[in-house]
Write a protein that binds this ligand. Structure first.
Ligand code: HEC
Ligand code: HEC
Length: 261
């Protein structure tokens, strides 16, 4: 996913954009080492999502080679997942073949997308993407994720944080400060909403008052850093925004994960 993330470098890049990209590379380097600590299936899934985004980005800027490369990488991700016994993911080992069936669908649709991108056929590639969602991602989630209640509220909250964080990176890379600002505000709002004893208790199942206080402390860091990112984005200051994002990652995301995940 973030490891080896490919960032398009259009010609005629302005120095400020280049600065943001270098900052982004730093943020991503930090992120990739920390994502190594996620649960294996969550990591694989976030990687898959990131790769799908790369396919989409390549199509959007008509960099078909990038889309093709990403589609091939997605295919390999599916292939590698097949080698793992699903018991490791906490799933019923008797359903291994069924699980692998969805991964085969993922490989096949990734192939369709790669072939379409090679022919520079955006329409066929988009159709392949729709097919990928239907026959692989959503189909497997319906069977394996929802029934197992894996889509629990804390994970939902966290996926929101993660998506916002990723969008902020994208905003920085594209010099789209409005996007960075919007996403930072979203993190701040969600984080503030969680900063209530009742929310922490019911969503994250943390009952010890002292632990709740500590948890809340990390959320306060998150809110504060998100506010800094938002202000930097309003000022159009990529350097400051990058710095605040890095601090948000360290003081908010990682610190809390080390203690509570
Ligand atoms: C073979 C089954 C399977 C396929 C195919 C699959 N997923 Fe998943 N996905 C899962 C399971 C199981 C979970 C729940 C993991 C957990 O939370 O423990 C999950 C969770 C996720 C998550 C949330 C991470 C989390 O921790 O809950 C994202 C994002 C995701 N999948 C994206 C995708 C995308 C995008 C695709 C298609 C390119 C895809 N998945 C294909 C089984 C699958
Ligand atoms: C206040 C504590 C806290 C903060 C701050 C926090 N997280 Fe989390 N995060 C958690 C907990 C607890 C879990 C485990 C949830 C579960 O599985 O029940 C988690 C899980 C996750 C997951 C799901 C994958 C997995 O392995 O469980 C992702 C992705 C994630 N966090 C991303 C982020 C990002 C990105 C940020 C910062 C923008 C962030 N988190 C900030 C506490 C936090």
């Amino acid at each position: 996913m973030l490891r080896g993330t490919w960032i398009p470098l259009p010609s005629g890049l302005r120095p400020s954009v280049l600065g943001a990209l270098i900052g982004l590379a730093v943020v991503l380097a930090i992120a990739s080492s920390s994502f190594a600590r996620l649960k294996p299936i969550a990591r694989a899934m976030i990687e898959a999502l990131e790769t799908v985004n790369q396919i989409g980005l390549g199509l959007a800027i008509e960099d078909y080679e990038a889309s093709e490369r990403a589609a091939r990488s997605l295919r390999n991700q599916a292939k590698n997942l097949k080698k793992i016994d699903i018991e490791i993911f906490g799933l019923n080992p008797a359903r291994n073949a069924e699980f692998d069936g969805y991964l085969t669908a993922m490989e096949e649709t990734a192939d369709v997308i790669a072939a379409a991108a090679k022919k520079e056929d955006a329409h066929a590639a988009l159709e392949g993407l729709a097919q990928l969602f239907q026959s692989a991602c959503l189909a497997c989630h319906r069977e394996f994720r929802e029934p197992a209640k894996l889509l629990r509220p804390p994970v939902l909250y966290m996926m929101n944080f993660f998506n916002a964080w990723r969008e902020m990176n994208r905003g920085l890379a594209m010099n789209d400060f409005a996007l960075v600002e919007r996403q930072a505000r979203e993190v701040a709002t969600a984080s503030r909403t969680l900063q209530r004893d009742s929310a922490i208790e019911s969503t994250f199942d943390i009952h010890e008052p002292q632990e709740r206080e500590e948890f809340e402390g990390y959320l306060r860091h998150l809110t504060q850093r998100a506010g800094e990112i938002e202000r930097a984005a309003v000022e159009g200051d990529a350097k400051k925004a990058t710095w605040a994002m890095r601090k948000m990652w360290e003081d908010g995301c990682i610190s809390c994960h080390e203690k509570f995940r």
